[in-house]
Design a binder for this molecule. Structure first.
Ligand code: IMP
Length: 408
């Protein structure tokens, strides 16, 4: 039962999509277990660029069954649009290859409205994620099972009545607009109905019969609602625990893969001890094209934070690291990595010499400049987890495999 899990080790945008895609090609199942369309995975196949927000990246290769687990929150209209965009790019999405859990919650226009109205301080993606999870935990949410038993429209009407009572911020005009939008939601939910079914028995069976299963994390460890930089986090468990609650099946992951970007980025507000506000930060942003796939927002950039990553390894039990975007560090004279924090919270840095050479697309470890290899090996020693893959560019072939990623 080779089960794999891929998670972002930092604040998201580590480059999970590419690795997930490489793995997904060989998988029988690909599972999303948390989050919603706040994620943005970019996958490049030849000349075609696919962007998925919610649908597991496995749909692109077409081999696997792709599951949106109960831990996710799913917006009917944006999911439908995402499916249509992929279909136009030639991706086949049928109910035998794509399943939405009936226990997953819906993200509706009211959630997007409340996100914009209430969550400015966090700098959210405005996709309604927090308010949808709020409804889930408050036990006032609407689950996808309502698409199957025909109760959706009534449930949504009742929900808007509830919202009107509870939130003074939703004025009469807004609530009317939301009510006017009910038919559109009803239509979207109806169209997605064929995809809603309980995938747990399928997954449970798959764990017994030796199928290959991939769990695809979204966002990153420090956006975890429990273990992240609260309150500047997302509203789900982005770390390994979320995989169990968010899919309803126990798996003994043979590879727990942490994607670590070779520097640090985050979007939105919140602490970021190694953030750079100078031209080095801008150089990282430019080299790494650090602009959000979902929102287009410029990402905050800074040095690699190994103290933080050590914690990430502890939380997730990583046993394999993919070190991404190394080519974006070329040309920096000195590289700093945080190895601890001072009592005032500022980072204690270790300095390493940089390298000039362009390593974009390099596929052989020995061909990397000495200082680049030293940087990689310093990180590996510090974290005590093997760096199995070094990613050297956006293409699928831009990888150096130091340790086989596929289990025997
Ligand atoms: P929300 O998930 O939209 O509620 O946003 C909460 C926080 O998580 C904000 O700081 C977002 O910028 C951040 N966030 C959400 N999704 C992603 C992602 O896929 N990559 C990076 N940051 C994200």
């Amino acid at each position: 039962m080779p089960a794999y899990i891929v998670m972002g080790a930092q604040w998201g945008d580590e480059g999970k999509g590419k690795i997930v895609d490489v793995l997904a090609e060989k998988m029988d199942f690909v599972v999303r277990f948390q989050g919603g369309a706040n994620a943005g995975h970019t996958v490049i196949h030849g000349d075609i660029k696919y962007v998925t927000h919610l649908i597991p990246s496995g749909v692109i290769s077409g081999r696997s069954v792709n599951i949106i687990g109960n831990g996710c929150v799913v917006n009917p209209t944006t999911l439908f649009e995402e499916m249509e965009t992929l279909r136009k790019q030639g991706v086949n999405i049928s109910p035998d290859k794509f399943i939405i859990s009936p226990a997953a919650h819906m993200v509706l226009p009211i959630h997007e409205y409340l996100d914009r109205a209430l969550n400015e301080k966090i700098g959210t993606t405005n996709r309604g994620i927090g308010p949808a999870y709020t409804d889930k935990v408050r036990r006032t949410g609407i689950r996808w099972e309502s698409a199957c038993d025909g109760s959706f429209e009534e449930a949504y009407r009742e929900h808007l009545d509830f919202v009107e009572k509870v939130y003074a911020i939703v004025d009469d005009k807004e609530i009317q607009l939301l009510r006017d939008g009910i038919p559109e939601q009803v239509e979207a939910v109806k169209r997605l109905r064929p995809f809603v079914r309980d995938a747990r028995p399928l997954l449970a069976e798959a764990t017994k019969n030796g199928s290959k299963i991939l769990y695809e994390g979204a966002q990153g460890t420090f956006l975890d609602i429990d273990h992240g930089t609260y309150p500047f986090v997302t509203s789900s468990n982005t770390s390994i625990g979320g995989a169990y609650t968010g899919s309803g099946v126990f798996l003994d992951f043979v590879k727990r893969i942490g994607i670590v970007k070779s520097y640090t980025t985050r979007v939105g507000e919140g602490p970021f001890p190694t953030e750079l506000f100078d031209e080095t930060g801008q150089a990282l942003r430019d080299h790494g094209n650090e602009y959000g796939a979902t929102t287009g927002r410029p990402r905050r950039c800074g040095w690699l934070d190994l103290a933080l990553l050590k914690e990430s390894c502890m939380i997730n039990g990583f046993n394999y690291i993919v070190f991404s975007k190394i080519s974006c560090l070329s040309g920096l004279e000195t590289l700093k990595v945080a190895i601890a924090y001072n009592s005032d919270g500022s980072p204690v840095y270790h300095e390493l010499p940089g390298w000039e050479e362009d390593v974009l697309g390099c596929t052989e470890y020995d061909k990397l400049p000495d200082n680049c290899r030293k940087y990689i090996e310093f990180v590996e020693d510090f974290l005590g987890v093997p760096i199995g893959i070094v990613s050297t560019g956006p293409d699928r072939d831009h990888v150096i495999e130091r340790q086989p990623i596929f289990a025997k």
